[in-house]
Ligand binder design. Structure first.
Ligand code: NZQ
Ligand code: ZN
Length: 386
């Protein structure tokens, strides 16, 4: 196992009717900016629950954070946070609202000359100060509720880039699985696939003798595969919703990544598909992952073979053959829950997408993946096959 450090200060408040815990976790003296998305929280009752829990608090609101949150939108919230001397941010929504709020937290404490997107996302300068934040998370997918990252898009340049900082962990996250009863089927599926691929990015590299992390990772995959059909058959199945939410949180709270190599190339390529073509994050991952695994099959064969045997019950003793079966089982699982896995399903020309991504990765001189061997040309080959 490799050396590691682990730090996560986020308090998780999980379960039925937990939104009422807000008041006991935020100091009454705080001026709160409550952020949210396009309005789902007003339809499913979450907005009312939050307002009720925060009765008597000084709360102002900023709605309209879109999926794949946009820098251009978020800067309007930064202006409000600065002008109104806000001292606490509460994100109420999915990963986009929470990621956007992490950006607002950092940009509200940034007073430099540069454009905040260039400063944090493009140049990756460290966050040295940020507003404290917490969330009521409404979509199981990103793990943003227990991690320190965010992914922000900029319309002006068709970019979608990630940033991380220890200052961007939520102070607390309220996870009430009941709020996910109202999720559109498409978002439920997106979240399951996103979680699945997060686990793959951290598990499916090469052996470093980390049986505990591997068991955790494969346990999340097994649970997703078992619970997904239940939740799709009965969207109000509380236990299935709860299990899926906890899978999503644990899929990217860094527990399974301690001491092991990590990949993340599927995400980096997927972000470009979203930036260029606007497809959902989960959709982009389902397109890239099977092709990337095929492309990298030899170097990932031991982990893929273990996955095939322990998750899909494959009885094949030759690793490379078992790896092939794992890849087709994963794609079958995605298809079985209604997730499409080809660019043509979205009327996107694979050659054009591959060229665009190669050009962008060449200009950034990227070398992705756990071995740094996914160059612009390799990314081209992967996307062309999609
Ligand atoms: O905007 P509203 O009206 O709230 O509707 C949202 C949105 O349309 C809706 N929704 C959310 N919760 C709902 C609900 N509708 C009904 N009932 C509910 N309970 O779902 C739609 C999608 O929401 P969004 O927040 O965009 O989805 P998700 O949580 O999947 O977040 C995706 C974003 O997170 C980034 C992605 O790149 C993408 O930008 N990621 C963030 C990561 C992180 N912070 O660690 C890691 C991930 O890999 C990912 O990259
Ligand atoms: Zn993801």
């Amino acid at each position: 196992m490799n050396n590691f450090e682990f730090y996560c200060p986020t308090k998780v408040i999980f379960g039925k009717d937990t939104i009422s815990e807000l008041a006991s976790n935020i100091d009454k003296s705080k001026k709160i900016l409550m952020t949210y998305g396009g309005g789902s929280i007003k339809k499913n009752g979450v907005y009312d629950q939050v307002k009720q829990a925060l009765a008597g608090y000084d709360v102002i609101e900023f709605g309209g954070i879109e999926p794949n949150p946009k820098y251009e939108t978020l800067m309007k919230a930064v202006e409000i946070a600065k002008r109104e001397n806000v001292d606490f941010l509460l994100a109420v929504g999915g990963g986009s609202t929470l990621d956007g709020t992490k950006f607002i937290a950092a940009a509200s404490k940034y007073f430099g000359e540069k454009d905040a997107y260039d400063y944090f996302m493009v140049e990756q300068n460290p966050v040295v100060d940020a507003l404290p934040l917490a969330d009521v998370i409404t979509l199981p997918a990103t793990g943003s509720e227990m991690n320190n990252g965010g992914v922000i898009s900029r319309i002006a340049t068709d970019e979608k880039l990630a940033f991380h900082s220890p200052l961007l962990y939520p102070q607390f996250s309220i996870i009430d699985p009941q709020v996910t009863f109202s999720l559109p089927v498409k978002q439920t599926i997106n979240g399951i696939v996103d979680t699945f691929v997060h686990v793959m990015e951290q598990y499916c590299t090469y052996e470093v003798n980390s049986p505990l992390q591997d068991s955790w990772a494969l346990g999340i995959l097994r649970t997703l595969i078992e619970e997904a059909p239940k939740v799709l058959a009965n969207p109000n199945d509380y236990d299935a919703r709860a299990n899926i939410f906890w899978c999503a949180t644990c899929g990217l709270n860094y527990w399974i990544s301690v001491g092991v190599p990590q990949d993340w190339a599927t995400h980096m390529i997927g972000h470009e598909l979203t930036a260029f073509y606007g497809i959902d994050h989960g959709q982009s991952l389902a397109i890239v992952l099977p092709r990337l695994l095929k492309n990298q099959k030899i170097s990932k064969s031991k982990k893929l073979a273990k996955l095939a045997r322990e998750v899909f019950g494959v009885e094949e003793s030759v690793d490379l053959k078992a790896a092939d079966l794992a890849i087709s089982e994963i794609e079958n699982f995605f298809n079985s829950i209604g997730m499409k896995t080809k660019l043509s399903d979205y009327d996107i020309d694979a050659n054009e997408a591959a060229e665009k991504i190669r050009a962008r990765f060449s200009s950034r001189n990227v070398a992705l993946g756990e071995k740094g061997n996914i160059t612009a040309d390799v990314a081209f080959d992967i996307v062309k096959e999609a």
